[in-house]
Structures are given as structure tokens and as C-alpha cells.
Ligand binder design. Structure first.
Ligand SMILES: [Zn+2]
Length: 244
């Protein structure tokens, strides 16, 4: 493989000076020395670079040999990344998560207009809407804005929690938050998950009005209001890819 040395410019975080043959493709390797590491660690970056941490006393030769024993794992990771890319481009026939179920997207032509359908919903695609994912996400967010705030206010009344405002937001990395002033913010993606999990997340934020932490006392409030909350937490853990 030495003849490929120098093909890849050195990265910011490590030196990228060789490649690994994985099935029928070449994967760039990057080495990082970390004297605190106890063993070799292999990671695949989102850009498809295999990054190997070399522990104290280790060498690039050994790191390369280590990576060679892990080509099956790298191949599986590359496949997963490719699949995730496909999922992120929505097209007719793609399945999206809607109310806890994977439903297909259909696009039909009716009276010369494009009609998009998913689950129990359908809408006419505007002429300036060329991106299917953007168009559907806009509708999902609209559904969340119409449906979720009334649910939160009703739950707040039921559990005697005082809140001032409910916001539906496009958070990338969290399902919701609660401010000390009683504003509950929830992710529009709550429209995508099972209703029982959505209801748990509403309770989760409401109970933060009482306890702004995750102490045992906080969790006992959650358990009282939502006895099945652990099942909902398990579902969220299994679907962590919904939030990046
Ligand atoms: Zn919390």
C-alpha cells in the first residue's frame, strides 16, 4: 500500500497517509497518537475516514495491522452510512416515521397538480416546492404546531403545573426543554413518534417546572404522572438516530 502514500492530504487532527482495502474500495486511514489510550481504537468518521488511535508504545504498522482485522466492521459501517443517506433523501416510496409508524410517501398527479400523501395526510405540492423532504417536514411541523400545544396545556391543567407558553421548535439534538419562566419548548418531531412516547415527553418537560433537575424526586413526579415512562425512555434510546 505504500505507493498510495501521500494521496490524501494530512488532516487537521491526525496524519492521513495510507489507505485500507475494504471489499472493493479504498478507505483512507488517519492516525492519532494518544499516550493515555490503553489500546488501539478504530472509528469511522462521517466522511468515511477510518481514524485509528495509537496508544502509548504503539506504532503505525501495528495500527494498520489492527485496522486490517476490522475490515468487516468497517464495511458494515460504510453500508449503514450509505443507507442513512438514502433515508435522508425522501422520494416517492420512501418511508417516513409518522405517529410511530413507518409510512410510505406517495406522489400522485391530480388535475395537473402533484399531490403528496403520507399516513392519513395529503397536500398539494406548490410550484415552488421542489424538495420533497422540505415540503413534508413543513407540513409535519404545521401539524405539530396545531396539535401539541393544546395537549401540553391540558396535561398542565390535569397535573396542576403552571406554564406560561408552549413553543414548537426545530431542535436538532433534543426533544424538548423547559425554562424557569414556565416556557415549554418541544420538538416538532413529536408528531413522528408513538403517541405514548410523545405524551411522556410532554410530562417530562412539565415535571421540570416542579424540579429543574433529574433528581430522584423529579423522577418520582414523572412516575406518578406517567407510570409507563421507562418504556417510553427505552423507545427513545432505540431511536436515538431521530435526533443528531
Ligand atoms: Zn429532563
Amino acid at each position: 500500500m505504500d505507493f498510495l502514500t501521500g494521496l490524501f492530504p494530512p488532516g487537521k487532527r491526525g496524519s492521513r497517509d495510507t489507505v485500507l482495502a475494504v471489499e472493493n474500495r479504498l478507505v483512507p486511514l488517519e492516525f492519532i497518537r494518544n499516550s493515555r489510550a490503553r489500546h488501539y481504537i478504530l472509528r469511522l468518521t462521517p466522511e468515511g475516514v477510518a481514524r485509528i488511535t495509537i496508544p502509548w508504545g504503539g506504532s503505525k504498522t501495528q495500527a494498520h495491522a489492527f485496522a486490517q482485522t476490522k475490515t468487516d466492521w468497517i464495511a458494515r459501517q460504510l453500508e449503514r452510512t450509505a443507507k442513512r443517506r438514502q433515508v435522508s433523501e425522501w422520494k416517492p416510496g420512501s418511508k417516513i416515521l409518522y405517529r410511530g409508524e413507518w409510512v410510505p410517501i406517495a406522489v400522485k398527479i391530480e388535475h395537473g397538480r402533484q399531490v403528496v400523501e403520507y399516513g392519513d395526510q395529503s397536500f398539494v405540492l406548490e410550484r415552488n416546492e421542489s424538495h420533497l423532504k422540505v415540503a413534508i417536514e413543513k407540513r409535519l411541523r404545521g401539524q405539530a404546531e396545531a396539535e401539541i400545544p393544546p395537549l401540553v396545556f391540558a396535561a398542565a391543567r390535569l397535573h396542576e403545573v403552571t406554564i406560561t407558553q408552549v413553543q414548537i421548535r426545530n431542535q436538532r439534538s433534543r426533544w424538548g426543554s423547559c425554562s424557569s419562566r414556565g416556557t415549554i419548548s418541544l420538538n416538532w418531531r413529536l408528531i413522528q413518534i408513538p403517541e405514548s412516547v410523545r405524551d411522556y415527553l410532554i410530562i417530562h418537560e412539565l415535571m421540570h417546572v416542579r424540579e429543574m433537575n433529574h433528581s430522584p424526586r423529579y423522577w418520582s413526579h414523572v412516575a406518578n404522572a406517567c407510570p409507563e415512562y421507562q418504556k417510553a425512555e427505552q423507545w427513545l434510546n432505540r431511536h436515538s438516530e431521530l435526533l443528531r
